[in-house]
Design a binder for this molecule. Structure first.
Ligand code: GLU
Length: 329
């Protein structure tokens, strides 16, 4: 019989570790359960793996920021080097799972599987989905074909590439969508079906993990707005701006002109869409070439902000180079 996989479990909190006053989960506290208690629940599932818990935080993922990202990155990078660890699972709130997932995807090599897992219902609520999702994540983490696929998110019997995943529902159990690609695999505790081969086995990290993250703001466009919010963002020292634009990344003419002035002054501007799904391509309705703007392509505003933060932190602000990074997904 093969040796059971040794999986590092990094706990951050979230609903998967949530506990409430009543059994319905109508009100609860994300991260109410310690990782020790959570791993105790997992042990009761009888999974044939060795879980090594390491608590990074016990918070709702709305409060995750640079300190937690740095700790997660260091722990994952250590696991990549440690021959005794086969894979990493990160228990995480769903609100910002797409941001943590993309940041790690951009800054880790793809040597071993790194899997985020969350839940939509707290651990002590009726119909809780956390243990099922965790058992699925273990199934993925233990699979020899899971390496070289970038950071993944396991939710609701689906395996999603972190760079494609986004939260699209506030409370439904099937809350995540994936774009432009579909799920990488379907998973249950009994089966795992990959839909294609791994694309980057053993690839190096695309970017070094930043020493600090610059202020990059998301500006949501609305009908009838003026350019004052753009001026305000420059006034607080924004080093990059992501437009969550109407339709295919649109904004009123005065706003686009103000954003073009930002770009000309060395503050890169990326046009994403406030629409839930779809590509934002260059020079379709907005003349990106003339205005010096970047099209976010498949990344929504939250993930576009993460990529732009990493780029600016690594000294990349030239619109053509920023565009090439967004074109690469
Ligand atoms: N807001 C909390 C968080 O993101 C709860 C949502 C969840 O985990 O599903 O951690």
């Amino acid at each position: 019989m093969n040796k059971p996989s040794r999986i590092l479990v990094l706990g951050t909190g979230g609903t998967i570790a949530g506990a409430g006053a009543g059994g319905t989960g109508a009100a609860y506290r994300p991260g109410g359960l310690s990782l020790e208690v959570l791993v105790g629940h997992l042990a009761a599932l009888g999974l044939a793996v060795e879980l090594v818990p390491q608590e990074i935080a016990r918070i709702g993922s709305q409060d995750i920021g640079f300190a937690e990202w740095q700790a997660l990155h260091a722990a994952c990078a250590g696991a990549m080097e440690d021959p005794a660890v086969d894979a990493v699972i990160i228990t995480h709130g769903t609100d910002t799972a797409e941001e943590t997932g993309l940041l790690l995807d951009l800054t880790l090599p793809t040597t071993k599987p790194v899997i985020l897992v969350g839940a939509m219902r707290p651990a002590d609520a009726v119909g809780a989905d956390g243990m099922r999702n965790f058992a699925n994540a273990v199934k993925v983490a233990s699979d020899a074909a899971a390496s070289g696929r970038g950071v993944m998110l396991v939710m609701g019997d689906a395996v999603l590439a972190a760079r494609d995943a986004r939260k699209a529902a506030t409370s439904a159990i099937d809350a995540f969508r994936t774009f432009p690609r579909g799920p990488l695999a379907r998973v249950t505790p009994a089966s795992l079906d990959w839909f294609g081969p791994a694309h980057s086995v053993g690839a190096l990290a695309r970017y070094p993990f930043p020493a600090e993250l610059p202020r990059v703001a998301i500006l949501t466009a609305g009908a009838g707005m003026d350019a004052k919010p753009v001026e305000a963002l420059l006034g607080i020292g924004a080093r990059g701006i992501v437009l969550a634009g109407m339709g295919q990344g649109n904004a009123p003419k005065v706003v686009l002109e103000a954003l073009a002035a930002c770009a000309a002054s060395g503050v890169p501007v990326v046009r994403a869409a406030r629409v839930d799904e779809g590509l934002v391509d260059r020079n379709v309705e907005v003349d990106d070439d003339a205005l010096g703007l970047v099209a976010a392509r498949a990344l929504g505003p939250a993930k576009a902000r993460v990529l732009l933060m990493v780029l600016v932190a690594n000294g990349v602000t030239d619109a053509k180079v920023v565009q090439a990074a967004f074109d690469a997904g």
